[in-house]
Design a protein around this ligand. Structure first.
Ligand SMILES: [Cu+2]
Length: 272
């Protein structure tokens, strides 16, 4: 039997050897605890143009020119699936993001996932019903209901979060009390409280195979570059006319808008 101190030395040596091995290894770790950053970029566009707040002019399928002054939407409950078909769900507390066209940093959603090769991305556009009804202490950060004024993403009268908010100006819109011709689309509804049937929570799944899978590794930052085409909110199964529906908030018609905008996300490429 070796004296105690030698046992300790050989144990330490073994430990060092293992640690050294791991650093040399470039293949994804089998250890599911070895997490790395995955970035998901939401690049807002309007058809073939980059979206420019206030100054850009775009035309919808109804032939109405318009400009966008505000665009914000919630992305939550992020999941990725690897090439072996194994799904990883980001811990829910770390899985709520507000993408805002006015805030460049917000357009990069960053999550920690185990190292691996991912070919499918899934997220909720909006906020799930469970979180919407949680105690206020569980709804901090971007979920804080007492947000700003124009950019607030919560209906104080208990119908929960606005999942998707787009506002702007168009000649086709009626003159509002402020003297502007504005359109306002505030879409939400989690199937609770005052109108239990209205549920616009949408789960979006994106196949990354054609545009490039995400190779998540420590020491690098894979970025899934998505395009979000706001024209798809207007043009789809229902072509939205600003003249006919300049303001859509908590109403049955909001279903048609949500059904359109779930088509707006398209994977362009991945930077690994
Ligand atoms: Cu890119």
């Amino acid at each position: 039997m070796l004296p105690f101190k030698y046992t300790i030395y050989s144990f330490l040596l073994l430990l060092i050897t293992f640690t050294a091995c791991k650093k040399e290894d470039n293949t994804p770790s089998a250890d599911t605890n070895a997490k790395a950053t995955l970035s998901i970029q939401f690049d807002n566009i309007a058809g073939d143009k980059n979206l420019q707040l206030n100054t850009g002019v775009y035309t919808n399928a109804a032939g109405e020119p318009f400009s966008v002054s505000l665009l914000q939407y919630y992305v939550s409950n992020i999941q990725v699936k690897n090439s072996k078909g194994v799904t990883y769900t980001v811990p829910q507390d770390d899985s709520y993001f507000l993408v805002s066209e006015a805030n460049a940093a917000s357009q990069f959603v960053k999550v920690k996932v185990p190292e691996g090769d991912y070919n499918t991305l899934t997220f909720v556009l909006g906020v799930d019903s469970l979180r919407s009804t949680m105690d206020i202490s569980k709804r901090t950060g971007v979920l804080n209901p007492s947000g700003g004024m124009d950019d607030a993403m919560y209906w104080g009268w208990n119908s929960g979060y606005i999942f998707f908010k787009m506002e702007g100006t168009a000649a086709a819109a009626p003159v509002d009390p402020s003297g502007q011709r504005k359109f306002r689309y505030h879409i939400g509804g989690f199937g609770g409280y005052s109108a239990p049937t209205l549920n616009n929570i949408k789960t979006i799944t994106i196949d990354l195979t054609a545009g490039g899978i995400a190779k998540v590794r420590q020491g690098s930052e894979a970025n899934i570059h998505l395009m979000a085409d706001i024209l798809k909110m207007f043009n789809g199964a229902t072509n939205i006319s600003i003249a006919a529906n300049p303001t859509v908030m908590f109403s049955e018609f909001s279903r048609s808008i949500a059904a359109n905008y779930i088509q707006m996300f398209h994977h362009d490429h991945t930077e690994n």
